[in-house]
Every structure is written in structure tokens, then in C-alpha cells.
Design a protein around this ligand. Structure first.
Ligand SMILES: [Zn+2]
Length: 345
């Protein structure tokens, strides 16, 4: 099978996601893709492009970098982006979810203009950047919406493309599945929007970043509502029978604890802020605290961060019943994110 080459601007701006826990600024790019400051705010309306539910089965990991210099700021002047990032990243929880299949949907009606398939679903940390040979987008689809507007969908699963060049698609048409192809180390959709070949931030097409921006931009009302800006979000919670790692959380499908195993509660959050303090408390069925873990205040914003709290196996096993974990993020003395989850032993 032959694959049509994809040749377009914007591929270089696909994702170079967080390494380990850090969100370190990357070295200044020699050239930075220009962000249109004059793009019309009307003319294209985008529906949410993934068959997932933000807050439940996906989150926005990154927005477009709106800082014209070597720094990185999203459209709200926040840190939910990184240097020269040219799109919006919608992230699913783990590779288990990717394997189960999450559809990518055309964001607006149009015609399939270009595509590429055949890139393996292997994390760039494993494959190496050199092996990408410039195919940062991985498997991708470009949809032409007319009047100079196009959308590009990156990191699609190999062999999952459901359309061919020339096909007409409606808003919401499934076009592929989320994968791990190209310059990425976690499964997500990278969506780039362009007008007349210039990248446009769909959340706020005009002006500089603004902490008061609604982010509605080109999005339909339901999409804008779903994508309401968050300074931090919980991507994964769960229990395991042994200590976990970032890689194990990313893989998904962790073995559940048993009455005879250790008991570990874990959380992975994204886009936390410098200064944030995280607490994770695990309580027994009778309400007694089994263990509490508190992380020191974060030294800077973190693209992703995981923590756990647990205890080794008990001599006579864990008493039967429901164990409840509570995770809280405190910012400026106030709880800004909280999540409770439980497991029955
Ligand atoms: Zn991206």
C-alpha cells in the first residue's frame, strides 16, 4: 500500500510534549511560525474534534503558544502551552484508552486535501527525534474548508484513517482514531487551524494573550463550553497493588490491589502551577486515615505530575470494605482542584 505524502506548513509545529514531570522552557527556535493577528474571527466554526468528554475521558493539554518571543504563553497568558506550539492538544488518559479506540472527528465541513498514513504508533522518547525525519505530525489529515481555511489533525493511529483525498466530510464525521505517531510521547490529537496558510489560534484568533479571554474564538458554543480554560486538571486516578510510575500510568491497565497486596492510590494531574501544593489522603472503610502524602510546593508549572500514597501489604490482609482517596490541590491557600475516588477490597 502506498501512502500519499503530506506536504504542508505547520508540520514542524506538532507536538514535543512534556519530558518527565517538568515543563522546561525549550531553547528559542530560530524561526517561529507567525500567528495571524488579522485573521477574521468569523468564517469558520469548529466543533469539538474528538469523541471524548473533557473532564471525564480527555483534557486539553496544550494551547497555541501566543508569545512571539522565546517564551511560551497560551491565549490566557497562562502556561498551558510550550515554545512554538502551533495547535491545540486534546489528550486522552493513557495508552489503554488509545488501544480501545477514540475517534477523531472533522471539526467543520470540508474536503480532505492531504493525508499521510504508515507512521508507527511509537513514542518519540522510544523512537528518537531523528527517526521522525521531519514527520512530526505523524499520521495526519488536512481538511480544506474553503475560503483559505483548513484544519490539520496529527498523531493519528496508523491504519485508522477512514477518509481519502477528495472525500467530503461533515462536521463530526469520524476521520481516524487518536494514535501515538510522530513527535509525541502520549496519545492525543494535535489540531492546527490555518487561514491562507497562516496558523490561527482557534481559541482567540485576534490580538495578544488576555487573562480575561473567553477562549470561544472559532469554537461552536458546545465546544467552547467543553473547553473552558483550566489552570490544572486531573487526568488519571486509580489504585494499584504496588508503587506506580509515570510510565505505568501512561500505559494504563494497572492491576488492582487485593486484600493481600499493598494498597496504593495514585493521581496524575496536568498543567499545575508553580506554588501548587498537592495532598493525597487514603481512608479505610471505618474512616480512619491509612496514609496522607503531601507534595512540596511545585517550583514551577508542570505539564504533568503524578503522586501516590500507599501502604505495604498488611499481615492479616486489608479489612474488607471501601477505601476512599481524596486528592486536593491548594493554590494561594485555597483548594482549586479536588477529586475523590474509591476501591472496594
Ligand atoms: Zn500539539
Amino acid at each position: 500500500m502506498k501512502f500519499a505524502p503530506i506536504l504542508l506548513a505547520g508540520l514542524a509545529a506538532a507536538c514535543a510534549p512534556p519530558a518527565s514531570q517538568a515543563q522546561d522552557p525549550q531553547p528559542a527556535a530560530a524561526t517561529k511560525a507567525p500567528i495571524s493577528e488579522k485573521a477574521p474571527v468569523s468564517g469558520l466554526q469548529l466543533d469539538f474534534p474528538v469523541a471524548c468528554e473533557i473532564g471525564a475521558t480527555c483534557e486539553v493539554q496544550n494551547y497555541v503558544d501566543r508569545d512571539p518571543g522565546p517564551g511560551a504563553q497560551d491565549y490566557r497568558c497562562g502556561s498551558n502551552t510550550y515554545e512554538a506550539h502551533g495547535g491545540v492538544d486534546i489528550r486522552i488518559p493513557d495508552m489503554a484508552a488509545q488501544a480501545a479506540g477514540v475517534e477523531v472527528l472533522a471539526a467543520a465541513p470540508g474536503r480532505v486535501a492531504r493525508l499521510r498514513d504508515g507512521v508507527p504508533d511509537i513514542s518519540v522518547t522510544e523512537r528518537g527525534k531523528a527517526a521522525l525525519q521531519g514527520q512530526d505530525c505523524g499520521n495526519g489529515i488536512v481538511v480544506d474548508h474553503g475560503n483559505g481555511w483548513e484544519t490539520q489533525y496529527c498523531h493519528l493511529a496508523r491504519g485508522s484513517l477512514k477518509v481519502k483525498v477528495g472525500d467530503q466530510v461533515a462536521a463530526g464525521t469520524p476521520i481516524a482514531r487518536i494514535g501515538l505517531s510522530g513527535n509525541t510521547e502520549y496519545p492525543h490529537l494535535h489540531l492546527t487551524v490555518r487561514k491562507d496558510g497562516t496558523m490561527v489560534d482557534p481559541s482567540a484568533p485576534e490580538g495578544a494573550c488576555d487573562p480575561a479571554s473567553s477562549g470561544a474564538g472559532l469554537w461552536s458554543a458546545p465546544a467552547a463550553q467543553a473547553m473552558a480554560y483550566k489552570s490544572g486538571a486531573v487526568l488519571n486516578t486509580g489504585f494499584a497493588g504496588a508503587p506506580v510510575s509515570m510510565a505505568a500510568i501512561e500505559a494504563g491497565g494497572l492491576a488492582r490491589p487485593t486484600a493481600a497486596s499493598a494498597l496504593v492510590a495514585y493521581v496524575r494531574a496536568i498543567n499545575l502551577q508553580g506554588g501548587d501544593i498537592q495532598e493525597l489522603t487514603l481512608k479505610a472503610p471505618d474512616g480512619a486515615v491509612v496514609v496522607t502524602s503531601v507534595q512540596p510546593a511545585l517550583d514551577r508549572a508542570k505539564a504533568q505530575y503524578f503522586m501516590m500514597a500507599g501502604k505495604k501489604a498488611q499481615a492479616n490482609g486489608w479489612p474488607r470494605g471501601r477505601y476512599v482517596a481524596t486528592y486536593a490541590v491548594k493554590r494561594g491557600g485555597k483548594v482549586v482542584i479536588s477529586r475523590t475516588f474509591d476501591v472496594a477490597l
